[in-house]
Ligand binder design. Structure first.
Ligand SMILES: Nc1ncnc2c1ncn2[C@@H]1O[C@H](COP(=O)(O)OP(=O)(O)OP(=O)(O)O)[C@@H](O)[C@H]1O
Length: 239
């Protein structure tokens, strides 16, 4: 479970996240949607302790990220597909992470297998395609077998096979009872992947609803999204 309580983030005069209060529940894929600049990445960064809220708090299983003793065991995240050191092999990258989080070495093989990288475990991350890098990022996120997973635009730039793989993985992680929060700009993909949607516009929560309800009320997720966000598209103006 992820909890945001009255989270506000200001950068100077700009309010990136505006009094966000919402729970992200386990056992389903929650899609996180919103126009460019809506505040999705900022929200995820605050959750992962990479940014501080101006006010309010973000909790993973009831605890602030900074207070988690072994963060990788509680929450796995992929914010940037190419985060591994290019000179390190996939196995070395994961082994170093496992060691620093006191995770058993057997987890490295388990996650390599789960993301389908066993055969290229000895290849340097710098030689990986975007799809393989994404899989390696996901392997790192899964290393601690966390109950919460956060993926920022996980299918960006992936080929159709990669897109389907991420979708099926996200769905299987949710089916295992995990909390899965996944941001996207692709309505068609969100409609295929998510059970529940959060829509953000100008830092504010515009919708917190089951996919089925949004589709039923507007005909398609795209129509629902465009109706919800029509007043929130950023054209570079200061708010
Ligand atoms: N470090 C920063 N300094 C100043 N302003 C920032 C910073 N990070 C984000 N912002 C601003 O905060 C707002 C929210 O940005 P954010 O990246 O969270 O949106 P987003 O929904 O993830 O957008 P996108 O879909 O384009 O990735 C934007 O107006 C952005 O310019």
């Amino acid at each position: 479970m992820i909890t945001f309580r009255h989270v506000t983030k200001r950068y100077g005069r700009r309010t990136a996240v505006d009094d966000l209060t919402v729970d992200v529940r386990p056992g389903r894929v929650t899609g996180f949607l919103g126009p460019n600049g809506a505040g999705k990445s900022t929200t995820m960064r605050i959750l992962l302790g990479l940014d501080r809220p101006t006010s309010g708090e973000a909790l993973v299983g009831g605890v602030r990220y900074a207070a988690l003793r072994w963060p990788l065991r509680e929450v796995g995240a992929v914010l940037d597909a190419r985060s591994a050191h290019p000179g390190r092999t996939a196995r070395a990258h994961l082994t170093a992470l496992a060691r620093s989080n006191r995770l058993p070495a057997a987890r490295v093989d388990a996650v390599l297998d789960r993301v389908g990288l066993t055969a290229v475990a000895g290849t340097r991350a710098g030689k990986f395609s975007l799809g393989m890098s994404q899989r390696l990022g996901i392997a790192a996120a899964l290393l601690g077998d966390p109950g919460v997973l956060v993926f920022d635009e996980p299918v960006n730039g992936l080929d159709p096979e990669g897109v389907r793989w991420v979708r099926e993985l996200a769905r299987s992680l949710a089916a295992e009872g995990r909390t899965v929060l996944l941001s996207s700009h692709l309505m068609s993909e969100a409609q295929l992947t998510a059970d529940h949607l959060l829509v953000l516009g100008r830092g504010r929560l515009l919708a917190d609803a089951p996919l089925a309800d949004l589709v039923a009320s507007h005909g398609s997720l795209e129509d629902a999204y465009l109706a919800l966000t029509s007043g929130s598209v950023e054209y570079g103006a200061t708010r």
